[in-house]
Design a protein around this ligand. Sequence first.
Ligand code: AMP
Length: 598
Amino acid sequence: MASGDFILGIDLGTTNSLVGVVDSGFPILLADAEGSRSTPSAVHYGRDGSVAVGSAALRQRVLDPARTVTSVKRLIGRREGEGDWRPPYDLRVLGTTAVEVSAAILKHLRTVAEMAMETTITRAVITVPAFFNDAQRIATKRAGELAGLIVERILAEPTAAALAYGLDKLGERKKIAVFDLGGGTFDVSILEMRDGVFQVLATAGDTELGGDDIDRLLAQHVWETSAQGQSVWFEQLSAEVQVRLVTAAEAAKKKLSSEATVRIELPFLWQGQSLEREITRADLDKIAGPWAERTRQHCWRAMTDAKIKPEDLDEVLLVGGSTRMPLVRQVAQDIFGREPNVSQSPDEAIARGAVIHAGMLSGALQQVILLDVTPLSLGIETFGGLMNVIIPRNTTIPSKAGEMFTNAVANQESMLVRVLQGERELAKDNWELGRVEVPFPAGPRGSARVGVQYSIDANGILQVLARDTAMNHDVVLEIQNTAVDVDDAKVEAMISESVEHAFDDMNERIWTEARLKAEELLPAVDQALAQLGCEVDLAEAQRIQSSAAKVRLLLKADVHDARALKQANAELDDATQSLAVLLMDKAMEEALARKGLA
Ligand code: AMP
């Protein structure tokens, strides 16, 4: 396989990160020079300007905690001071940013992959929690770019997990919950299989709930119940001593997932004194109980938002290293009322899913359908040159939507359907993807019924179906890929233009709508006056005339004053109230006369 064909799948985790590729049709995770497939998401910035990543950085943490950056995922894409988590380091002092630290980790993973595959690799899929906001996603993408990677896709972690469990082969409408408790974040998502792809129905979670909390709580407990802990608070200990305690607590916690007791031994921990303790799983469960319970409310929230009950679920997947804890498994089982699926390694599932997705994108794995979204809105031009959105931007594909249109003028024999893409209010400012003419029998204004349906399949192909419902005549137009494959820079330019022109665009839309209304109103008023002018009193006729004149004046003006025109239309409408009633009575009389009843 040529180097350009590999796409990395990367799980950029809070605590650990993993990387892999599809090689010879198999998704594999790649090990570093030390034989480890999991790289601690840690970066150490030496005073001499050296930068160490992964376990090399973690080894420095004990000696130099203030210069060792960990759990940076908790800070990425956030403004300073946002969130409750306060790191034991100061990025400004280190002269770096969360994006740059993440980039250092990604660069390291890229090197691990390049060494293993013996080729240069420049493309990647990176996973993020489902509830990461735009800023956090953009910052993650930026980190990838800084690491020299083209980020082909930012993939939601639960979707990746579902792919790893092979659940993309589940039947239609099957629902799954992904319970992901890692080192720093908790993320629960409800997914449903629709048209062969997973849709995220709901997501909930806590960006500040994870295994790290337990390490600290356990470390505190160990210290405060030791002989030395009676005289000094945990918080008063030096950063170095705290880190040693936390590291030992984490190791003990992990062991307690498979053993009933562990011994913690920390020689010369504090003022030359050593600390030795035995901890049981029951001790840990007592400390971690309220913490694990915090997941319950989020799971219920997600199920409520997705409008489902636990019994509606077909599978519950556990993901994230902390779900190895028996207590966590028990809580998850209790919440969802079923035994969770733990057949995949919880700390590798997301990375495996990212690799599978990357393989699908590169063509190395072909059997599965791509998950994608429309980067820009797709719509149709309507009366007065306005954009009418049919499929909004960011809709997951495949997707289908449609609307009914009619003829704007009498005796029209066809309608031109212009397929547009973009975020602007006026058709002319958007891009035209194609056009098709739909013929229909001529008739009065508003008599034609043309249904226009847009459907985008999983391959990004847009099919436009226009149907004259009177004659049941279909016109079909197929547009390849353009609906989904748009250059990132062009998407950004379109969105920023739409924001920049939002005010003018909106004014123009209101103006056009008001103009169409005025153009409909004026001839109708003229006709009614001609027909019934003698039956309304002079004052009223004058009021109607002057209101109509005002509308005409505004229509002719060079400056489009949308508000004034709307107001003038309303006044004209108001002035012609009794004229309209007269007109109605007259029509009624005539109808009755025709039937010989008057
Ligand atoms: P992740 O973010 O998915 O890599 O998960 C990392 C978290 O899982 C850390 O808090 C680890 O301490 C925790 N973890 C990893 N292995 C185990 C285990 N065997 N038992 C309990 N927690 C674990």
